[in-house]
Design a protein. Structure first.
Length: 238
């Protein structure tokens, strides 16, 4: 008997816990933190943060409004961010991931105001000016870097599951890096397309199992195979 999408999601969530034991899924609607981010981004060019995006901070995935479970394909992408957070620590990963967005400016303002009591005004203005600069593109390098790594996972999973990945699909995914969807985190569309295409090629050949986070790609592939989800095998399997 074939499994439902929700059952596949639940089994995939359990599988990723082999490498990210604290991985969990919540709703953005129940999180004051994500409601705050959504309100800020709505003002600065992304009105659909709460409705259209799965967002991972640390080991926790926040689902958009109206979603009852995490799609099993998206689970591998989001759990990969959990691996990144595990490597870099949740605090540093979260801070660098949000660099290049107005969230940094809001955080700076909240951190800075107590120092007005004993520091000269110009020191506080300088502090805020630096954070203001780091709040806007092109300072989203880390977010783009980490998202590209896990968009590689998304492309690989989609490919192994039998979906076509053509030039149009690559172009559409690249726009998520160069527009307000992720707050213009990378201003180089040709570079993004090249990297996404390389991940797709590596998923086809099996080279992806040898690169960074290759063990996690292999775990995804083997789990998909166990669940009968691999429709297009890699040329060289892990």
């Amino acid at each position: 008997m074939s499994l439902s999408e929700q059952e596949l999601s639940e089994k995939t969530v359990e599988a990723v816990k082999k490498y990210v034991p604290k991985f969990k899924v919540i709703s953005k609607e129940t999180s004051w933190f994500h409601k705050t981010i959504g309100a800020i981004l709505k003002v600065f060019g992304n009105p659909s943060y709460m409705e259209n995006y799965f967002t991972t901070i640390g080991y926790t995935v926040a689902m958009p409004k109206g979603t009852t479970y995490l799609n099993w394909r998206a689970t591998w992408h989001e759990a990969g961010h959990g691996l990144q957070a595990k490597k870099w620590t949740r605090l540093l990963f979260g801070a660098l991931y949000l660099q290049g967005t107005p969230v940094w400016l809001v955080a700076a303002a909240l951190l800075c105001w107590p120092f007005f009591v004993w520091l000269p005004w110009w020191a506080d203005v300088a502090f805020l000016a630096v954070f203001a600069l780091l709040s806007f593109p092109p300072f989203g390098y880390w977010r783009a870097h980490w998202e590209l790594q896990m968009y590689g996972m998304s492309l690989a999973v989609r490919h192994w599951n039998g979906y076509t990945i053509d030039e149009g699909y690559i172009n559409d995914r690249s726009k998520e890096f160069t527009t307000g969807f992720y707050f213009w985190m990378c201003p180089f569309p040709k570079l993004v397309k090249k990297k996404l295409q390389r991940y797709h090629d590596q998923a086809q050949s099996g080279e992806i199992f040898k690169g960074r986070y290759g063990y996690f790609y292999a775990h995804a592939y083997k789990t998909m195979k166990d669940l009968g989800l691999v429709k297009v095998p890699a040329t060289v399997e892990p």
